[in-house]
Write a protein that binds this ligand. Sequence first.
Ligand code: ZN
Length: 369
Amino acid sequence: MSHRTQAAYESEFYCMTRILSFLVLLLVWVPSQATTHCVILQYHHFSDQTPAITSVSPAQFDDHLAYLSTHKFNVLPLRQVVAALRQNKTLPDRCVSLTVDDAYQSVYTNAFPRLQKLGWPLTVFVNSEAVDRGLASYMTWDQMRELSSQGVVFENHGHGHIHMIRKNSAESDQDWRQRITNDVNTAQRRISEEIGDAPQLFAYPYGEFSPATAEIIDAMGLVGFGQQSGPAWSGADFAALPRFPMAAKYAELKNFRIKVNTLPLPVVGLWPKDPLLVLQQRRPTLKLKLVAGAYSKAELQCYINGSSDVAINWSRDIPDQLTVTPNFDLRPGRHRTNCTMPSPEKGRFHWYSHNWFVRNPDGSWYSEY
Ligand SMILES: [Zn+2]
Protein backbone atom coordinates (compact mmCIF):
# COMPACT_ATOMS: atom_id res chain seq x y z
CA MET A 1 0.00 0.00 0.00
CA SER A 2 2.92 2.29 0.72
CA HIS A 3 3.64 2.81 -2.97
CA ARG A 4 0.23 4.38 -3.50
CA THR A 5 0.21 8.11 -3.81
CA GLN A 6 -1.87 10.53 -1.82
CA ALA A 7 -3.77 11.31 -5.05
CA ALA A 8 -4.76 7.66 -5.44
CA TYR A 9 -6.09 7.56 -1.87
CA GLU A 10 -8.02 10.74 -2.51
CA SER A 11 -9.40 9.33 -5.72
CA GLU A 12 -10.47 6.12 -3.98
CA PHE A 13 -12.02 8.12 -1.15
CA TYR A 14 -13.84 10.26 -3.72
CA CYS A 15 -15.21 7.14 -5.44
CA MET A 16 -16.36 5.65 -2.14
CA THR A 17 -18.08 8.92 -1.27
CA ARG A 18 -19.82 8.95 -4.65
CA ILE A 19 -21.02 5.36 -4.20
CA LEU A 20 -22.24 6.09 -0.66
CA SER A 21 -24.12 9.21 -1.73
CA PHE A 22 -25.69 7.25 -4.56
CA LEU A 23 -26.87 4.60 -2.09
CA VAL A 24 -28.28 7.30 0.20
CA LEU A 25 -30.11 8.80 -2.77
CA LEU A 26 -31.64 5.42 -3.51
CA LEU A 27 -33.13 5.36 -0.01
CA VAL A 28 -35.06 8.58 -0.51
CA TRP A 29 -37.39 9.52 -3.30
CA VAL A 30 -35.49 10.97 -6.24
CA PRO A 31 -37.99 13.19 -8.04
CA SER A 32 -36.52 13.25 -11.54
CA GLN A 33 -35.89 9.50 -11.75
CA ALA A 34 -39.31 8.17 -10.72
CA THR A 35 -40.70 6.08 -13.53
CA THR A 36 -43.81 4.69 -11.91
CA HIS A 37 -45.99 7.46 -13.29
CA CYS A 38 -47.98 8.30 -16.40
CA VAL A 39 -49.80 11.36 -17.73
CA ILE A 40 -53.45 10.64 -18.51
CA LEU A 41 -55.21 13.11 -20.82
CA GLN A 42 -58.97 13.68 -20.76
CA TYR A 43 -60.78 14.87 -23.89
CA HIS A 44 -64.49 15.34 -24.75
CA HIS A 45 -65.14 16.66 -28.29
CA PHE A 46 -62.76 16.79 -31.28
CA SER A 47 -64.57 19.41 -33.31
CA ASP A 48 -64.78 23.09 -34.28
CA GLN A 49 -68.59 22.99 -33.91
CA THR A 50 -68.94 21.98 -30.24
CA PRO A 51 -68.62 24.13 -27.06
CA ALA A 52 -65.03 25.37 -26.71
CA ILE A 53 -64.99 24.64 -22.97
CA THR A 54 -65.08 20.89 -23.69
CA SER A 55 -63.52 20.76 -27.16
CA VAL A 56 -60.28 20.56 -29.03
CA SER A 57 -60.36 21.26 -32.76
CA PRO A 58 -59.23 18.49 -35.11
CA ALA A 59 -56.22 20.68 -36.00
CA GLN A 60 -55.33 21.04 -32.32
CA PHE A 61 -55.59 17.29 -31.84
CA ASP A 62 -53.27 16.83 -34.83
CA ASP A 63 -50.77 19.11 -33.07
CA HIS A 64 -51.02 17.05 -29.87
CA LEU A 65 -50.44 13.79 -31.72
CA ALA A 66 -47.56 15.25 -33.73
CA TYR A 67 -45.88 16.44 -30.52
CA LEU A 68 -46.21 13.02 -28.88
CA SER A 69 -44.91 11.31 -32.00
CA THR A 70 -41.98 13.69 -32.59
CA HIS A 71 -40.86 13.46 -28.96
CA LYS A 72 -41.19 9.68 -28.86
CA PHE A 73 -43.82 9.42 -26.14
CA ASN A 74 -45.11 5.98 -25.25
CA VAL A 75 -48.88 6.12 -25.71
CA LEU A 76 -50.21 3.21 -23.64
CA PRO A 77 -53.67 1.70 -23.03
CA LEU A 78 -55.18 2.94 -19.77
CA ARG A 79 -55.78 -0.55 -18.34
CA GLN A 80 -52.12 -1.39 -18.90
CA VAL A 81 -51.05 1.84 -17.18
CA VAL A 82 -53.32 1.17 -14.19
CA ALA A 83 -52.06 -2.41 -13.84
CA ALA A 84 -48.43 -1.23 -13.90
CA LEU A 85 -49.05 1.56 -11.39
CA ARG A 86 -50.92 -0.78 -9.02
CA GLN A 87 -48.10 -3.31 -9.10
CA ASN A 88 -45.49 -0.57 -8.79
CA LYS A 89 -43.94 -1.71 -12.06
CA THR A 90 -41.72 0.56 -14.07
CA LEU A 91 -43.31 2.48 -16.93
CA PRO A 92 -41.41 4.34 -19.65
CA ASP A 93 -40.69 7.86 -18.41
CA ARG A 94 -42.56 9.57 -21.24
CA CYS A 95 -45.81 7.68 -20.74
CA VAL A 96 -49.14 9.10 -21.89
CA SER A 97 -52.61 7.56 -22.01
CA LEU A 98 -55.50 9.06 -24.00
CA THR A 99 -59.04 9.08 -22.59
CA VAL A 100 -62.36 10.59 -23.63
CA ASP A 101 -65.46 11.21 -21.52
CA ASP A 102 -69.03 11.00 -22.89
CA ALA A 103 -68.71 8.99 -26.16
CA TYR A 104 -69.48 11.90 -28.48
CA GLN A 105 -69.77 11.51 -32.29
CA SER A 106 -66.48 13.29 -32.98
CA VAL A 107 -64.62 10.40 -31.30
CA TYR A 108 -65.85 8.24 -34.18
CA THR A 109 -65.47 10.79 -36.96
CA ASN A 110 -62.35 12.73 -35.94
CA ALA A 111 -60.34 11.14 -33.11
CA PHE A 112 -60.36 7.44 -33.95
CA PRO A 113 -59.25 7.72 -37.64
CA ARG A 114 -56.22 9.75 -36.53
CA LEU A 115 -55.29 7.31 -33.77
CA GLN A 116 -55.83 4.33 -36.05
CA LYS A 117 -53.19 5.65 -38.46
CA LEU A 118 -50.71 5.85 -35.59
CA GLY A 119 -51.79 2.55 -34.04
CA TRP A 120 -52.37 4.29 -30.69
CA PRO A 121 -54.86 3.09 -28.05
CA LEU A 122 -57.89 4.99 -26.77
CA THR A 123 -60.18 4.62 -23.76
CA VAL A 124 -63.71 6.07 -23.82
CA PHE A 125 -65.79 6.54 -20.65
CA VAL A 126 -69.46 6.07 -21.60
CA ASN A 127 -72.53 7.52 -19.89
CA SER A 128 -74.87 4.85 -21.17
CA GLU A 129 -78.29 6.54 -20.83
CA ALA A 130 -77.42 9.16 -23.48
CA VAL A 131 -76.46 6.37 -25.90
CA ASP A 132 -79.62 4.37 -25.08
CA ARG A 133 -81.70 7.47 -25.80
CA GLY A 134 -80.01 7.84 -29.19
CA LEU A 135 -78.87 11.44 -28.69
CA ALA A 136 -77.53 12.75 -32.00
CA SER A 137 -74.32 14.11 -30.47
CA TYR A 138 -73.42 10.64 -29.18
CA MET A 139 -72.02 7.57 -30.92
CA THR A 140 -74.40 4.68 -31.40
CA TRP A 141 -73.76 1.26 -29.82
CA ASP A 142 -73.09 -0.02 -33.36
CA GLN A 143 -70.35 2.56 -33.88
CA MET A 144 -68.84 1.72 -30.50
CA ARG A 145 -68.87 -2.01 -31.30
CA GLU A 146 -67.02 -1.20 -34.49
CA LEU A 147 -64.39 0.80 -32.58
CA SER A 148 -64.19 -1.92 -29.93
CA SER A 149 -63.34 -4.46 -32.63
CA GLN A 150 -60.47 -2.09 -33.58
CA GLY A 151 -59.10 -2.01 -30.03
CA VAL A 152 -60.86 1.01 -28.46
CA VAL A 153 -61.82 0.22 -24.85
CA PHE A 154 -65.14 1.43 -23.38
CA GLU A 155 -65.35 2.08 -19.65
CA ASN A 156 -67.95 3.28 -17.12
CA HIS A 157 -68.97 6.96 -16.81
CA GLY A 158 -72.24 6.25 -14.97
CA HIS A 159 -75.65 5.79 -16.61
CA GLY A 160 -77.37 9.16 -16.12
CA HIS A 161 -74.26 11.41 -15.89
CA ILE A 162 -75.37 12.58 -12.45
CA HIS A 163 -73.67 14.79 -9.89
CA MET A 164 -72.77 11.92 -7.58
CA ILE A 165 -71.86 14.00 -4.51
CA ARG A 166 -75.20 15.81 -4.49
CA LYS A 167 -77.58 14.20 -2.03
CA ASN A 168 -81.28 14.99 -2.52
CA SER A 169 -82.76 16.92 0.38
CA ALA A 170 -85.16 14.16 1.48
CA GLU A 171 -82.67 11.36 0.88
CA SER A 172 -81.12 9.28 3.68
CA ASP A 173 -77.45 8.28 3.50
CA GLN A 174 -78.50 4.76 2.69
CA ASP A 175 -80.89 5.86 -0.09
CA TRP A 176 -78.17 8.04 -1.60
CA ARG A 177 -75.70 5.14 -1.60
CA GLN A 178 -78.29 2.91 -3.24
CA ARG A 179 -79.06 5.49 -5.95
CA ILE A 180 -75.37 6.01 -6.78
CA THR A 181 -74.68 2.26 -6.78
CA ASN A 182 -77.67 1.64 -9.08
CA ASP A 183 -76.51 4.30 -11.54
CA VAL A 184 -72.98 2.87 -11.80
CA ASN A 185 -74.32 -0.72 -11.95
CA THR A 186 -76.73 0.17 -14.77
CA ALA A 187 -73.89 1.59 -16.89
CA GLN A 188 -71.79 -1.45 -16.04
CA ARG A 189 -74.57 -3.75 -17.25
CA ARG A 190 -75.46 -1.77 -20.40
CA ILE A 191 -71.84 -1.40 -21.58
CA SER A 192 -71.15 -5.10 -20.89
CA GLU A 193 -74.32 -6.13 -22.79
CA GLU A 194 -73.64 -3.91 -25.80
CA ILE A 195 -69.86 -4.09 -26.12
CA GLY A 196 -69.25 -7.53 -24.62
CA ASP A 197 -66.43 -6.38 -22.36
CA ALA A 198 -67.12 -5.47 -18.72
CA PRO A 199 -65.69 -2.07 -17.71
CA GLN A 200 -62.88 -2.07 -15.15
CA LEU A 201 -62.47 1.70 -14.83
CA PHE A 202 -64.83 4.53 -13.87
CA ALA A 203 -64.70 8.29 -14.52
CA TYR A 204 -66.73 10.51 -12.17
CA PRO A 205 -69.13 12.77 -14.12
CA TYR A 206 -67.94 16.41 -13.79
CA GLY A 207 -64.89 15.02 -11.95
CA GLU A 208 -66.90 15.28 -8.73
CA PHE A 209 -66.03 12.75 -6.06
CA SER A 210 -65.86 12.50 -2.28
CA PRO A 211 -64.53 9.89 0.16
CA ALA A 212 -68.04 8.35 0.17
CA THR A 213 -68.28 8.04 -3.64
CA ALA A 214 -64.70 6.75 -3.77
CA GLU A 215 -65.66 4.06 -1.24
CA ILE A 216 -68.60 2.97 -3.45
CA ILE A 217 -66.45 2.80 -6.59
CA ASP A 218 -63.70 0.93 -4.76
CA ALA A 219 -66.19 -1.55 -3.27
CA MET A 220 -67.49 -2.25 -6.81
CA GLY A 221 -63.97 -3.23 -7.85
CA LEU A 222 -63.56 -0.26 -10.19
CA VAL A 223 -60.61 2.14 -10.42
CA GLY A 224 -61.81 5.77 -10.35
CA PHE A 225 -60.68 8.84 -12.30
CA GLY A 226 -61.34 12.51 -11.57
CA GLN A 227 -60.62 15.70 -13.50
CA GLN A 228 -58.06 17.10 -11.09
CA SER A 229 -54.81 17.55 -12.98
CA GLY A 230 -51.42 15.94 -12.44
CA PRO A 231 -49.72 12.73 -13.51
CA ALA A 232 -50.98 9.45 -12.03
CA TRP A 233 -48.37 7.56 -10.02
CA SER A 234 -48.08 4.37 -8.01
CA GLY A 235 -48.75 6.08 -4.65
CA ALA A 236 -51.88 7.96 -5.81
CA ASP A 237 -55.44 7.18 -4.70
CA PHE A 238 -56.77 4.54 -7.11
CA ALA A 239 -60.36 5.53 -6.33
CA ALA A 240 -59.72 9.00 -7.82
CA LEU A 241 -56.69 9.11 -10.12
CA PRO A 242 -55.85 12.47 -11.73
CA ARG A 243 -56.14 13.37 -15.41
CA PHE A 244 -55.28 16.53 -17.31
CA PRO A 245 -58.43 17.99 -18.94
CA MET A 246 -57.70 18.95 -22.54
CA ALA A 247 -59.93 21.70 -23.91
CA ALA A 248 -60.00 25.43 -24.56
CA LYS A 249 -56.80 27.19 -23.41
CA TYR A 250 -55.61 24.10 -21.52
CA ALA A 251 -55.25 22.34 -24.87
CA GLU A 252 -52.99 25.00 -26.44
CA LEU A 253 -49.75 23.40 -27.51
CA LYS A 254 -47.59 25.36 -25.06
CA ASN A 255 -49.72 24.09 -22.16
CA PHE A 256 -50.00 20.60 -23.63
CA ARG A 257 -46.21 20.36 -23.84
CA ILE A 258 -45.79 21.28 -20.16
CA LYS A 259 -48.47 18.82 -19.04
CA VAL A 260 -47.35 15.73 -20.92
CA ASN A 261 -43.85 16.29 -19.49
CA THR A 262 -44.96 16.59 -15.84
CA LEU A 263 -43.73 14.44 -12.99
CA PRO A 264 -45.79 13.67 -9.88
CA LEU A 265 -45.54 15.80 -6.78
CA PRO A 266 -45.87 12.69 -4.63
CA VAL A 267 -48.54 13.44 -2.02
CA VAL A 268 -48.95 10.61 0.50
CA GLY A 269 -51.06 12.45 3.07
CA LEU A 270 -53.94 14.84 2.40
CA TRP A 271 -56.25 16.80 4.72
CA PRO A 272 -59.16 17.40 4.50
CA LYS A 273 -60.08 14.24 2.59
CA ASP A 274 -63.43 15.65 1.49
CA PRO A 275 -63.25 18.27 -1.30
CA LEU A 276 -66.78 19.49 -0.43
CA LEU A 277 -66.49 22.54 1.83
CA VAL A 278 -68.71 22.83 4.88
CA LEU A 279 -71.23 25.64 4.52
CA GLN A 280 -69.89 29.17 4.98
CA GLN A 281 -66.29 27.95 4.66
CA ARG A 282 -64.63 29.97 1.91
CA ARG A 283 -60.86 29.77 2.52
CA PRO A 284 -60.01 26.08 2.83
CA THR A 285 -56.54 25.06 4.03
CA LEU A 286 -55.10 22.10 2.21
CA LYS A 287 -52.48 20.14 4.15
CA LEU A 288 -50.17 17.91 2.11
CA LYS A 289 -47.53 15.41 3.19
CA LEU A 290 -45.01 14.48 0.51
CA VAL A 291 -42.81 11.40 0.19
CA ALA A 292 -39.45 12.15 1.85
CA GLY A 293 -37.24 13.67 -0.80
CA ALA A 294 -34.87 16.37 -1.92
CA TYR A 295 -37.38 19.09 -2.81
CA SER A 296 -36.59 22.58 -3.93
CA LYS A 297 -39.14 23.87 -1.41
CA ALA A 298 -38.57 27.54 -2.13
CA GLU A 299 -39.58 26.92 -5.73
CA LEU A 300 -42.94 25.33 -4.99
CA GLN A 301 -45.74 27.48 -6.40
CA CYS A 302 -49.45 27.04 -5.82
CA TYR A 303 -52.37 28.65 -7.59
CA ILE A 304 -56.08 28.64 -6.95
CA ASN A 305 -58.18 29.42 -10.01
CA GLY A 306 -55.02 30.74 -11.62
CA SER A 307 -54.32 33.20 -8.76
CA SER A 308 -51.03 33.04 -6.88
CA ASP A 309 -52.55 34.99 -3.97
CA VAL A 310 -52.06 31.91 -1.82
CA ALA A 311 -50.28 31.30 1.50
CA ILE A 312 -47.83 28.37 1.41
CA ASN A 313 -46.35 27.24 4.72
CA TRP A 314 -43.88 24.39 5.09
CA SER A 315 -44.11 22.71 8.50
CA ARG A 316 -41.17 23.33 10.85
CA ASP A 317 -41.89 20.20 12.87
CA ILE A 318 -42.91 17.62 10.28
CA PRO A 319 -40.57 17.09 7.33
CA ASP A 320 -42.01 17.48 3.81
CA GLN A 321 -45.41 18.70 5.02
CA LEU A 322 -47.04 21.95 3.97
CA THR A 323 -50.30 23.87 3.96
CA VAL A 324 -51.82 25.91 1.13
CA THR A 325 -54.57 28.48 1.82
CA PRO A 326 -56.13 31.04 -0.52
CA ASN A 327 -55.95 34.67 0.64
CA PHE A 328 -59.38 35.24 -0.90
CA ASP A 329 -62.88 33.75 -0.68
CA LEU A 330 -63.86 30.93 -3.05
CA ARG A 331 -67.22 31.52 -4.71
CA PRO A 332 -69.86 28.79 -5.10
CA GLY A 333 -68.69 26.37 -7.82
CA ARG A 334 -65.78 24.04 -8.58
CA HIS A 335 -62.23 25.13 -7.81
CA ARG A 336 -58.77 23.70 -8.02
CA THR A 337 -55.59 24.20 -6.04
CA ASN A 338 -52.65 23.52 -8.38
CA CYS A 339 -49.13 23.15 -7.03
CA THR A 340 -46.03 22.88 -9.22
CA MET A 341 -42.33 22.66 -8.50
CA PRO A 342 -39.53 22.70 -11.08
CA SER A 343 -37.71 19.41 -11.52
CA PRO A 344 -33.89 19.33 -11.76
CA GLU A 345 -34.59 18.17 -15.32
CA LYS A 346 -34.89 21.36 -17.36
CA GLY A 347 -38.40 22.27 -18.50
CA ARG A 348 -40.18 19.65 -16.37
CA PHE A 349 -42.43 20.27 -13.37
CA HIS A 350 -43.76 18.21 -10.50
CA TRP A 351 -47.52 18.72 -10.41
CA TYR A 352 -50.35 18.13 -7.96
CA SER A 353 -53.92 19.35 -8.03
CA HIS A 354 -56.79 19.23 -5.56
CA ASN A 355 -60.50 19.95 -6.09
CA TRP A 356 -62.81 22.08 -3.98
CA PHE A 357 -66.59 22.07 -4.32
CA VAL A 358 -68.33 25.09 -2.80
CA ARG A 359 -72.13 25.22 -2.36
CA ASN A 360 -74.29 28.35 -2.25
CA PRO A 361 -74.59 29.95 1.21
CA ASP A 362 -78.09 28.46 1.66
CA GLY A 363 -76.78 24.94 0.97
CA SER A 364 -78.17 24.72 -2.57
CA TRP A 365 -75.86 23.65 -5.41
CA TYR A 366 -74.11 25.88 -7.91
CA SER A 367 -75.48 25.60 -11.42
CA GLU A 368 -73.49 23.80 -14.09
CA TYR A 369 -71.42 25.81 -16.49
ZN1 ZN B 1 -68.91 13.45 -18.71
